[in-house]
Ligand binder design. Structure first.
Ligand code: NAG
Ligand code: NAG
Ligand code: NAG
Length: 505
């Protein structure tokens, strides 16, 4: 699968954290001292308004009101427009009142959980500043404008596209985002350890935004850059790519696909991925896995012909396995209509906590991958109706609940809830500078610029979805129990299979 090339210098660091475990977020429970383990382009130098307009108006955001970028201004003075939105925009947006907005998908409920550590103390400026140590940038929003203080460049274009995403959020919901002040770390894995901060008398944890979390950390999870594209490895923005994937699924029906478990990615990013290579088919054994190492340098030379995501949905089963932390490949894998064989992960991103075993995916044991995969593929090939249903449920979740509208709504609700916790009125730091879409997109070039042009949004003509309430202990318990049940069922099936299999041999 189209997975991730982490710099190999990260690998030793990863070894140090690999001993942690568990997939479902138990943070809410932990707060009650219950520990739950083991569940675990076009390269035109100047971006003309016309060029942008033609991309936007047609398909990408038909509902949205179109406001082109004014690159004349950006190129000349490298400043943002004095007025971001023509005054008629908000009135126009209100001309199309939709029926009451839908309730947001369930994964939004984890927003309450992620912000739980500050519910009593609130967030002070000192707390925010204490998160600066590892942050790539600080973002301040005052009166609907974004100001950024950059501390260090992130790996590849992560920071750029994350900031771009936030600027699009501001364009999408003018006037809706409250004033705020936050630190963002673009590195892979969470670092604000629960152990260090949740004990009595310990200082309040630094609120730090990043792309992933685990059950042992307090980092605040935010949608990753890949929703706006991954220029370095030629991955398109999610809006477009998800459509291609949906379309690609119609090419080969599930039953006509290869009856094996497929994975393609960079194996050196984790011990677990390296172990997966041993499950590959050979003269001596067949664990029902077809595993390929991704060579990004070669792919680039060949124009990424071998890595077109939408044409990779030709196997009945696809393996998801973490790299140095969570992998952005999860959404691509899950949207294939194939059954996702999910090797028990340590990390989650903002939506993964809602995935349910046997509903959206089939769980694979990390410590016994080959045998676990062998059994999964055999059982599912023998139970094709169930298998197809799991494949479809995974894809539907991704296509329906992870569409770009919801990604923006998630950002809006998360940032709004975060802003409510601030105990001070954010002001623009002297060292920060205003950032707007013009300043980013006008001087950009190459694939990065294309990613930006293709994801430029205008004000939404619909209201954001309604934030669901937090889980109460009972509803959270049933969510966790449901996950546990799925894991246990698979565990029993696997054990029975291997007992009878070994008897036959
Ligand atoms: C872009 O900005 C410049 C400078 O303010 C202005 O003169 C020009 O009319 C603007 N162009 C558009 C298309 O709005
Ligand atoms: C796995 O096996 C297939 C088929 O023999 C082979 O083409 C592929 O290169 C192997 N993968 C790795 C990572 O060695
Ligand atoms: C694109 O922009 C970057 C940074 O602004 C610059 O380093 C690079 O040389 C540019 N590439 C091209 C092809 O113009």
């Amino acid at each position: 699968m189209k997975a991730i090339q982490w710099p190999s210098s990260l690998v030793p660091l990863f070894l140090a954290v690999i001993t942690l475990g568990a997939f479902i977020c138990t943070r809410f429970f932990d707060s009650y001292a219950i520990t739950l383990m083991d569940t675990n382009s076009p390269q035109s130098p100047v971006l003309t308004p016309e060029a942008v307009g033609s991309t936007r108006n047609l398909e990408i955001a038909p509902k949205a009101i179109h406001i082109p970028l004014n690159c004349t201004l950006g190129e000349l003075s490298r400043t943002c427009p004095a007025i971001y939105y023509p005054s008629h925009v908000s009135a126009e947006a209100r001309l199309h009142p939709s029926s009451p907005p839908p309730s947001c998908p369930d994964y939004f409920r984890w927003i309450h959980d992620d912000l739980w550590p500050w519910r009593e103390t609130g967030i002070t400026r000192d707390m925010v500043m204490s998160a600066r140590r590892t942050a790539n940038f600080r973002l301040v929003v005052v009166d609907g404008k974004a100001y950024v203080e950059r501390y260090k460049k992130s790996y590849q274009s992560r920071d750029t596209l994350t900031l771009w995403g936030i600027l699009q959020l501001l364009r999408r919901y003018p006037g809706k985002l409250p004033d705020l002040d936050l630190m963002f770390d673009c590195f892979d894995w969470p670092i604000i350890s629960k152990d260090d901060f949740l004990a009595p008398k310990h200082p309040a944890p630094p609120p730090l935004f990043r792309y992933s979390g685990n059950d042992y950390s307090l980092d605040i999870v935010f949608p990753d850059w890949s929703f706006w594209g991954w220029p370095e490895i030629n991955i398109k923005p999610w809006e477009e790519l998800s459509k291609e994937l949906k379309e690609g699924n119609t090419r080969t029906q599930w039953r006509d696909r290869e009856p094996y478990a497929y994975w393609k990615g960079n194996p050196v990013t984790s011990v677990s991925r390296n172990e997966l290579l041993k499950c590959n088919v050979s003269d001596k054994q067949d664990w029902n896995a077809r595993v390929y190492a991704q060579d990004w340098i070669l792919e680039k030379e060949q124009g990424y012909k071998q890595s077109d995501i939408a044409s990779q949905c030709v196997h009945r089963f696809k393996i998801y396995i973490e790299g140095s932390a969570w992998s952005v490949s999860n959404k691509y894998i899950l949207s294939c209509d194939s059954v996702t064989l999910l090797v028990k992960p340590l990390y989650y991103d903002f939506f993964m906590r809602c995935l349910v075993p046997l509903k959206h995916y089939w769980p694979i044991k990390d410590e016994d991958k080959c045998r676990s995969i062998k059994h999964a593929v055999e059982w599912l090939n023998d139970h094709q109706e169930e298998a197809e249903a799991i494949g479809k449920a995974g894809s539907s979740f991704i296509q329906d609940e992870l569409k770009m509208d919801y990604v923006y709504d998630y950002m809006l609700h998360l940032l709004s809830e975060y802003a409510k916790l601030l105990k001070y009125k954010p002001t623009v730091p002297e060292t920060a500078s205003e950032l707007c879409s013009e300043l980013m997109a006008c001087p950009a070039n190459g694939t990065e610029k294309k990613c930006m042009i293709d994801t430029l949004v205008g004000p939404a003509s619909t209201e954001p979805c309604t934030m669901p309430p937090p889980y109460n202990p009972a509803s959270l318990h049933s969510v966790i129990e449901r996950k546990d049940d799925g894991m246990k069922q698979v565990d029993i099936l696997e054990r029975e299979y291997w007992i009878s299999h070994n008897k036959q041999m």
